[in-house]
Design a binder for this molecule. Structure first.
Ligand SMILES: CC(C)(COP(=O)(O)OP(=O)(O)OC[C@H]1O[C@@H](n2cnc3c(N)ncnc32)[C@H](O)[C@@H]1OP(=O)(O)O)[C@@H](O)C(=O)NCCC(=O)NCCS
Length: 130
């Protein structure tokens, strides 16, 4: 989709609004290890990616795109942004997905993540550094 810009943000109000709109039970954290990328169309925030930066790895803690903007490549661009960012840090990415979340599983598989199956969730990993 054209006119969508993705950039790092520290605007806690905007981050809080998009995260809680997409995940009403989640309360976003803003510690020094939390990092957010927001996807915006003009003034409207339409998606986000949340990372937690650990010493030896990046936890991909959250990803979401507003309903009316899905299936237009924005989620894919957010994942690409996270991969490029982590690659520069030379850190592998880890994340957890519910096995029922077909959209997310397809998206991560398409972006080169490998899946390890656990009982109630899948752990996905993208190796960027050995
Ligand atoms: C998962 C999510 C972020 C995808 O965002 P999106 O902007 O729609 O994704 P894209 O348009 O970039 O799609 C990329 C790929 O995802 C997969 N995908 C997206 N929507 C899908 C759907 N409805 N069914 C199956 N696969 C789907 C496809 O592989 C797609 O590639 P393709 O277009 O070549 O088929 C979005 O559906 C979302 O916000 N879901 C709710 C929150 C969530 O589940 N977050 C992930 C938690 S781990």
């Amino acid at each position: 989709m054209r006119n969508i810009f993705i950039k790092k943000s520290t605007n806690e109000k905007r981050i809080f609004m998009i995260v809680t709109e997409l995940f009403p039970t989640v309360s976003p954290s803003f510690s020094e290890n939390d990092l957010y990328f927001l996807a915006s169309k003009g003034q409207e925030v339409v998606g986000f990616a949340h990372l937690i930066l650990l010493e030896d790895r990046v936890l991909f803690q959250g990803l979401g795109v507003k309903e009316g903007y899905r299936n237009k490549g924005i989620g894919g661009r957010l994942v690409d942004t996270v991969v490029n960012f982590s690659e520069k840090l030379c850190k592998n990415i880890y994340l957890k997905v519910k096995p029922t979340n077909v959209e997310a599983l397809n998206l991560y598989a398409k972006k080169g993540f490998t899946i390890k199956k656990l009982r109630n969730s899948y752990i996905l990993q993208r190796n960027l550094c050995t």
